[in-house]
Design a protein around this ligand. Structure first.
Ligand SMILES: C[S@@+](CC[C@H](N)C(=O)[O-])C[C@H]1O[C@@H](n2cnc3c(N)ncnc32)[C@H](O)[C@@H]1O
Length: 508
């Protein structure tokens, strides 16, 4: 059996015992303990050690070797039932039906794998017929949606025991637990108390993900849609924060949000994302001994006209503001005809032609039926000389002033967000107030840093920049900036823009 396809990370007995100990403080003696993908049975073992004859135990597993292992491990203990089952074809509703009046504990560690990984490895360990989160018949298989198999498994189990008594206690990614909760909160389902206890996944499973023990009561009478997050499962654990839904919005720290929600509004500036081209080897260059070199290590002899300094997410996130790279920017706005490059900069045109098949091969549909050598995320705003930028990928929300370099506006890549500014003074002002303690805490109350891209435009555009400046003085100055914010994008025509206009006029 392939470890990747089956998301196979066996839980060390020591960790399973810790989980059972913690669960027993909430659910004193379950009647039924179920481990749906039991592997070597660490949770069955730890539960049996804890509750002995008070409970009945069921373990299911797809892998024969693990099942044999469990059969030997629990030999002679007839209150432990083991069965070979494929989670996805097993009738869980029917199985739980006979335990309606019992106290149930569903415990374990579901497979750690996403459907897209399955797609990549050609795995078939997926549910067949379903309409999960609107992805019909598992678009999963076609790679249209990316989600954790664990998410599907937990939701399936929770739906099978809706209205029953008991708890689910699963090890999973914190993002998975959150998505499960959002699913039920959005549906208005009656789930009970939910808690996440952070675990060290590197130590126990040698994987670098934010993971937790997710403990959730099947049913409850709770109006608030919130969950508590604890620092660990240990005695000295601390409650770190509560997250949840408020007025249909997901909030990562409800208590901080309450304190800083005066900053929740909208911004007069439009937050933009940086340049996207999906061809870094061709479009990104670095300088060596005065020459441009591309990602293939070749010297690139082209005009300077379309080459701009570039800062990437790692530069912005680490406040490293001297560009080490350059990018060829072929357009002034999305969809612009690129043919004029041939006349304005023939060497650049020849260079692009040389790599035309490379550029035409770009997979994303955004390049289909577009002028050749098209880019994305480009607009007049990209050419503003001063910007305030933040990385979308980092576990911080550091706003940095991006100055021009060598007399040209500096571009940022598509993993960063920025606002274009009309002057250095304006950029420095906004960087200062955006980095202020209250704004940082407000943002942190909205951001889930375990996400792949924690900082999003949807979050940034909620910052009420007017209110922020009111609280930080210099409001008059800020008001000026805010009034002009919408027009900044047109205030700084770039050199290429002017040249292009001239070229157009000459042609007509
Ligand atoms: C993360 S491991 C955890 C195993 C065990 N629960 C533990 O905690 O040690 C996931 C387990 O799910 C099993 N598994 C994967 N796909 C399955 C499926 N479709 N049906 C049943 N079990 C499956 C794997 O063989 C593996 O033992």
């Amino acid at each position: 059996m392939k470890q990747k396809e089956f998301g196979d990370f066996q839980t060390p007995d020591e960790l399973a015992r810790e989980v059972v100990e913690l669960v027993s403080q909430t659910l004193h003696s379950p009647d039924i303990v179920v481990e749906p993908t039991c592997g070597k049975g660490s949770f069955l073992g730890a539960s049996h050690d804890k509750w002995g004859d008070h409970s009945k135990y069921f373990g299911f597993e797809i892998n024969d070797t693990y099942l044999d292992f469990c059969t030997k491990r629990f030999l002679g203990i007839d209150i432990i039932t083991l069965e070979k089952q494929d989670f996805f074809s097993f009738d869980w509703d029917l199985f739980f039906k006979e335990f309606l009046s019992k106290k149930i504990l569903i415990i374990g560690n579901p497979p750690w794998v996403t459907n897209s990984t399955q797609g990549v490895i050609g795995g078939k360990n997926l549910p067949v017929k379903s309409n999960f989160q609107g992805h019909k018949g598992f678009d999963a298989k076609t790679g249209k949606a990316n989600f954790d198999i664990a998410e599907w498994i937990i939701i399936k189990l929770m739906e099978s025991v809706a209205g029953f008594k008991g708890y689910l206690a699963f090890l999973c990614k914190t993002a998975t637990a959150r998505k499960v909760l959002i699913h039920f909160w959005k549906k208005g389902a009656n789930i009970g108390q939910s808690k996440l206890y952070l675990i060290d996944a590197k130590k126990f499973f040698n994987v670098s993900v934010d993971a937790c023990l997710f403990l959730v009561e099947f049913s409850g009478d709770r109006r608030d849609k919130s969950a508590l997050v604890y620092s660990s499962m240990k005695h000295d654990k601390k409650m770190l924060y509560r997250f949840g839904m408020q007025k249909g919005q997901l909030i990562s720290n409800l208590d901080d949000y309450e304190k800083y929600k005066y900053l929740d509004g909208f911004s007069s500036y439009t937050w933009r994302s940086g340049i996207k081209h999906d061809a870094s080897k061709v479009m990104e260059l670095y300088r060596e001994k005065g020459r441009f070199i591309n990602g293939f290590g070749e010297t690139v002899d082209i005009e300077n006209t379309f080459v701009y300094p570039l800062l990437k997410s790692s530069d912005i996130g680490n406040n490293r503001l001297i560009p080490r790279k350059y990018v060829i920017v072929t357009q002034q706005f999305v969809g612009e005809d690129t043919n004029y490059i041939s006349e304005l900069a023939p060497k650049t045109w020849n260079y692009l032609r040389k790599y035309s098949s490379e550029l035409a091969r770009r997979k994303s549909s955004i390049y289909k039926n577009r002028p050749q050598y098209s880019m994305f995320g480009v607009g007049r705003y990209s050419f503003s000389k001063w910007k305030v930028a933040v990385s979308g990928l980092y576990k911080n929300t550091l706003f940095v002033v991006v100055p021009p370099f060598d007399g040209k506006p500096t571009m940022v890549d598509d993993t960063c967000y920025f606002i274009p500014c009309g002057s250095e003074q304006e950029a420095r002002y906004w960087a200062k107030v955006l980095n202020s303690d209250d704004n940082q805490r407000f943002l942190k109350s909205l951001i889930f840093f375990d996400s792949k891209r924690p900082v999003t435009v949807d979050i940034l555009k909620r910052i009420n920049m007017a209110e922020l400046s009111r609280r930080h003085g210099e409001f008059e100055l800020a008001r000026n900036y805010l009034e002009l914010a919408g027009s900044i994008e047109g205030r700084q025509p770039s050199l290429v823009f002017e040249q292009r206009e001239k070229y157009r006029k000459n042609r007509t």
